[in-house]
Ligand binder design. Structure first.
Ligand SMILES: [Fe+2]
Length: 356
């Protein structure tokens, strides 16, 4: 139950193996077609993050267990909950990864699967349209209940399958999920009420076929060079210029010498999207960097974060590193920090620069 990605995107695991690390948003929640930022962020932080926190807590409990003396009902309960939490984590990651546009651009809603996947859908369902009709009907049939609609590659069956799942722990043995559509009510109720069918249609208009195609290539063993597709847009490419939420939490809990200076970067237009910040952080406007950079201490690590860890923190970190500062960007931003249950304080904009 390791929550691992396929091997060639294993670099997305940013924390030690003892902890299942949070995966950042690849979609831009403020730029989606008909799925609100409020819905997507709540789903990511509370439901995905909740499953992740539960999984790590269960794993810690299991690691400390005396197997010979633990009652079987405790073992059954913990192992069942571990499976459910791990399934939820992995399926949510596939769901969120499958959504989003290209960089800053919203999803077009028109893109078709890349050639390799389109041919496989043709082969296994008759046509892409026929696959889509079955997949969306299967998802809509789950309305009013809960579960997942999954497109998976089955090596044993030698084909792609549309797999119905009643819950997070319902899998076709050996099959690799390519696309997962969350049909739990929490996935749509904020935006759609009980209109689950409208939600399904909207998800289909937000698919990122490039990443779904990459996941298919990895599943059939033909993956190569997919890592960039699974890095947040604008995040530093170099691993040493990034810090995971788990690493930052450990550093902040460590001794004074290990504590990084915290910089909260926010575009003026994004200020209304903010309500909280990390304790001890100072907030700045990225464009005002020449005005605040000289106040930064040299020789101390600096952690820079923004809302989701895209280009706002990415560009600032690269600029700081060029100037010789030991700066790293928080992967997934304060959104990922929320998902791991990191503490925050109310937003303080007293250090934020007014427009020049
Ligand atoms: Fe969900």
């Amino acid at each position: 139950m390791d929550g691992q990605k396929p091997s060639s995107i294993s670099s997305r695991r940013f924390a030690p193996p003892a902890t299942v690390a949070v995966q950042p948003f690849l979609l831009k929640p403020q730029h989606m077609n008909g799925l609100s930022e409020r819905l997507l962020v709540s789903h990511y932080e509370n439901n995905y993050g909740g499953a992740l926190r539960r999984l790590n807590a269960i794993r810690a409990r299991l690691a400390a267990l005396d197997w010979a003396r633990t009652p079987v009902f405790d073992i059954n309960g913990l192992k069942r909950e571990e499976l459910i939490a791990a399934g939820s984590v992995i399926l949510h990651e596939i769901y969120f990864d499958s959504l989003g546009g290209d960089g800053d651009n919203p999803p077009t809603g028109l893109a078709q699967p890349p050639a390799g996947l389109a041919q496989a859908l043709d082969r296994d369902f008759g046509s892409v349209m026929a696959w889509r009709a079955e997949f969306t009907a299967m998802a809509k049939a789950l309305a009013g209940g809960s579960g997942w609609a999954i497109l998976a590659w089955s090596e044993r069956l030698g084909r792609l399958v549309n797999q119905w799942a009643a819950d997070h722990a319902h899998f076709l043995p050996g099959a690799a999920p390519i696309l997962a559509l969350d049909m739990y009510e929490h996935a749509y109720h904020l935006d759609f009420g009980a209109r689950a069918a409208a939600y399904v249609d909207q998800v289909m208009a937000n698919l990122n076929w490039e990443r779904i195609g990459a996941r298919y290539r990895l599943a059939i063993g033909e993956g190569a060079g997919e890592d960039d597709l699974f890095l947040p847009f604008g995040a530093p490419a170099q691993e040493e210029a990034r810090i995971s939420a788990e690493e930052l939490k450990a550093a902040l809990e460590g001794g004074e010498d290990r504590r990084p200076l915290l910089l909260d970067l926010c575009l003026p237009r994004d200020l209304p999207r903010r309500t909280d910040m990390l304790a001890g952080a100072s907030m700045h406007a990225p464009a005002a960097l020449p005005r605040w950079v000289e106040e930064l201490p040299r020789g101390r690590p600096i952690a820079v974060y923004c809302i989701c860890g895209f280009q706002v923190s990415g560009r600032t970190v690269m600029e700081l590193r060029q100037r010789g500062y030991d700066a790293r960007a928080l992967v997934g931003g304060i959104t990922a920090w929320h998902a791991i249950g990191g503490a925050t304080v109310p937003l303080d904009t007293s250090t934020y620069e007014e427009a020049p």
